[in-house]
Design a protein. Structure first.
Length: 57
């Protein structure tokens, strides 16, 4: 994870429900646009707050 994240995509790869079926196909496109893929489940609440505070909407 970089210290300042400009754009992120919230991955659902670890979720049991509402998964994105073609998420693997989407990842190269996100990388092309320098969008960092984040799986919120692996971060603490305070880490998530920091990540989200650095996002450009």
């Amino acid at each position: 994870m970089t210290s300042i994240i400009k754009r992120i995509y919230l991955s659902r790869q670890y979720c049991k429900r509402r998964r994105i079926i073609n998420e693997k196909d989407l990842l190269p496109l996100l990388a092309e646009f320098e969008i960092e893929v984040i799986s919120p489940e692996i971060y603490s609440i305070s880490e998530q707050a920091k990540i989200f505070s650095d996002v450009i909407l």
